[in-house]
Design a protein around this ligand. Sequence first.
Ligand SMILES: [Zn+2]
Length: 236
Amino acid sequence: MDWLMGKSKTKPNGKKPPAEEKKQYLELEYTKIRVVDFDLKELVVLPREIDLNEWLASNTTTFFNLINLQYSTISEFCTGETCQAMTACNTIYYWYDEKGKKTKCTAPQYVDFVMSLCQKLVTDEEIFPTKYGKEFPNSFESLVKKICRYLFHVLAHLYWAHFKETVALDLQGHLNTLYAHFIVFIREFNLVDPKETCIMDDLSEILCSPAPQPAPTPSAPASTSSPSAQNHVTER
Ligand SMILES: [Zn+2]
């Protein structure tokens, strides 16, 4: 099942998010601001003697909480009127319900769906077991990938539609650090298809340099490939 539909330029009658004319978040004034200044890669590599699934579970849960928190700082500005669709760069994300039915929804609705789903998954003892010796389900990796993919959408929307407000709150350093840490993490474990994250590559390259090896490992499972991602309209 493909969860992403990339489509459409700005609607002629739609309100333009301010960042659309110019990517303010790429300006040096902002990209140089980070809360930490050391190699993020060291934070994400699997520590020796730690089980891979345990590591993925704990990091994914932490990213879910931090991204939820970051979004909450600007959530009052993300309304059905300001953000009629879940946009990021030239992409509109549509929500697909559990039966695979495509739903058009506003950005705050989409984020609410994402956060509710993530909350449900990370607190499910059968999927994210916390008790010692309890096994992870076979579906664990694909669920982690799903969560990371949705969290990426939220981060991309924060930059695309709410960077100005983030700057007004003086939280751009936190956002940049969170974003860079997240991107380095998902790259390290091939958790999100690069076709999905490419819309933000310009920022990722600045914030995550030096970039890790670009090619995903050939052994990476195909999982949820997204052919429609190729339909993205780029205006660059
Ligand atoms: Zn919004």
